[in-house]
Design a protein around this ligand. Structure first.
Ligand SMILES: Cc1cc2nc3c(=O)[nH]c(=O)nc-3n(C[C@H](O)[C@H](O)[C@H](O)COP(=O)(O)OP(=O)(O)OC[C@H]3O[C@@H](n4cnc5c(N)ncnc54)[C@H](O)[C@@H]3O)c2cc1C
Length: 472
């Protein structure tokens, strides 16, 4: 069969069910469609694909094209709406079927449905997606999936999970006749209207997009440095590349398969033994799946203000405090440092994400969906299920038995950044402030703060008082 393989968030050749299904094709056209709609401003005032995400995506596409070329194929990248581009190519090149990844988010599913409709009699087949567990490996029917993570995890752990990812093929079918003439270079970030991000030496993610970089990190984290063996102790870190696995951007873009990651983790455990840290990494990967299956089950409810609980309790307020939060100018250094790191690099630690999200929701009382949308534009590991799932969870409208999780941000600062190293890294204007005051510059005089050009936090929560320094 002459087959079109539509790549989406599965930019790899390893453990790729749709690619495996296409190997027997007589001709195979690997395609990626860059949809300009992703660059438009949406209802939250943000765009889907910001500059860091786009950079990571372009790197991943370039790497995929390279890997395809080594196997006698090429990646065709076309800009446009998939529902137009794909049927047009199918007709022009006389293709007989389309293979792609199964989608889990409602808008992406609707898009696949539109493409399918436009294809008419040409079949579109979806292969299992990027989840760890396949639908038939779930411990119970989807509708009965527990709402609480611990119960989900207990059920999953009752069964033995064996992941047997299939390696990348060594050769691929040739392109269909006429396809070669359509190949063109990737657009640059400037051509996409995004500008070029500066490279930032302090980035916690100093890696590139693409499958080879993902595999190198997997090897390093599990086998060479074996940093995975300390994961549980380091995972709340804020600085540097080693405090956590950093797998997420590659998982989100599908440069790395979750099943490959788990198979390697099991192999590591078989050789060096399981410890609390290797176990914890499995639990975190299971969280990812928990949010994925929650999205499949609840669909668009996850993106509504009232979330899965359909409550009217969540704040729908939005004022200038949201803009200050986005810009990293709230006056609370730990929040501002994290938000500036995100804007400068496209990455933020898990601890940081929890802190800034809780601050926006609980302290600033803003609509959580705008925070989630800001993350969507900027995070290089943006993934609909994990992002909106975690936000809804923290806003008390997701799958959490507790109503909401309020973080005492000053307490977090004392615990996770005791020497103010992290805030000093991202807030240069505070470097001249005495170290014991760097988390609480609001205790300085108006005159001193103005000279620093750092905003004053006007309302200090009562719960912070026991974490304030004693000022002479
Ligand atoms: C408000 C908020 C928004 C988030 N948005 C995203 C997002 O868009 N994309 C994303 O991949 N993660 C998201 N996370 C989860 C988590 O912060 C990141 O997965 C993690 O920080 C990525 O770094 P890492 O790969 O080094 O993680 P590690 O700590 O090394 O964990 C290993 C892997 O486990 C998974 N994982 C870990 N924690 C979580 C979690 N809480 N939820 C789901 N999966 C998890 C990820 O795939 C991660 O790569 C969000 C968390 C919060 C609190």
């Amino acid at each position: 069969m002459r087959t079109l393989l539509w790549f989406k968030q599965d930019l790899r050749l390893d453990d790729h069910p749709a690619l495996q299904a296409g190997l027997s094709a007589e001709r195979l056209l690997p395609l990626y469609v860059l949809d300009p709609a992703q660059l438009q401003i949406v209802e939250f005032g943000t765009r889907r694909l910001g500059v860091h995400r786009a950079r990571f995506l372009l790197e991943s596409l370039a790497a995929l094209d390279g890997a395809l070329r080594q196997r006698g194929s090429h990646l065709l990248v076309v800009q446009g709406a998939p529902e137009q581009v794909i049927p047009q190519l199918v007709e022009q090149l006389d293709l007989q079927q389309v293979l792609t990844l199964e989608e889990i988010a409602p808008e992406e599913r609707a898009q696949v449905a539109r493409v399918r409709r436009r294809l008419g009699s040409v079949p579109l087949h979806q292969a299992p997606g990027n989840s760890l567990l396949r639908a038939d490996e779930l411990p119970c029917p989807l509708e009965q999936l527990p709402q609480v993570f611990t119960q989900f995890r207990n059920l999953v752990e009752e069964r033995l999970q064996v992941f047997q990812p299939r390696p990348a093929p060594s050769a691929l079918p040739a392109l269909p006749d006429g396809a070669e003439a359509l190949l063109q270079g990737l657009p640059s970030l400037s051509q996409l209207g995004l500008g070029e991000p500066l490279s930032v030496a302090a980035s916690a993610f100093p890696f590139s997009g693409g499958e080879a970089a993902a595999q190198a990190r997997l090897r390093d984290y599990l086998w060479n440095s074996q940093a995975v063996r300390q994961y549980k102790d380091t995972r709340n870190g804020l600085i540097g590349s080693e405090y956590s696995s950093k797998f997420s951007p590659w998982l989100a873009n599908g440069c790395l398969s979750a099943r490959r990651t788990m198979a390697e983790l099991r192999r590591h455990e078989a050789q060096y033994g399981r410890n609390d840290s290797t176990y914890w990494l499995w639990i975190e990967l299971l969280w990812r799946d928990f949010f994925r299956w929650t999205l499949v089950r609840h669909g668009s409810a996850l993106f509504k203000a009232g979330g899965l609980k359909a409550t009217s309790g969540a704040s729908q307020q939005l004022d200038q405090r949201y803009d200050e939060w986005c810009k990293g100018r709230t006056g609370m250094p730990l929040v501002d440092a994290n938000m500036r790191e995100l804007a400068a690099t496209g990455f933020m630690s898990n601890r940081g994400r929890q802190i800034v999200a809780s601050y926006l929701i609980n302290d600033l009382q803003q609509d959580w969906r705008f925070g989630a949308a800001w993350f969507e534009e900027h995070l290089i590991d943006y993934d609909p299920a994990s992002n909106w799932g975690n936000w809804a969870y923290l806003a008390g409208v997701g799958n959490d038995p507790r109503r909401n999780r309020v973080f005492n941000v000053l307490r977090q600062a004392r615990e996770y950044d005791p020497d103010a190293t992290y805030v000093s890294l991202w807030l240069p204007e505070l470097r001249g402030v005495p170290q014991h005051l760097r988390h609480t510059p609001f205790l300085l005089s108006h005159l001193q703060l103005d000279a620093l050009n750092y905003p004053r936090l006007e309302q200090i929560p009562d719960t912070w008082h026991s974490y304030m320094p004693h000022v002479a």
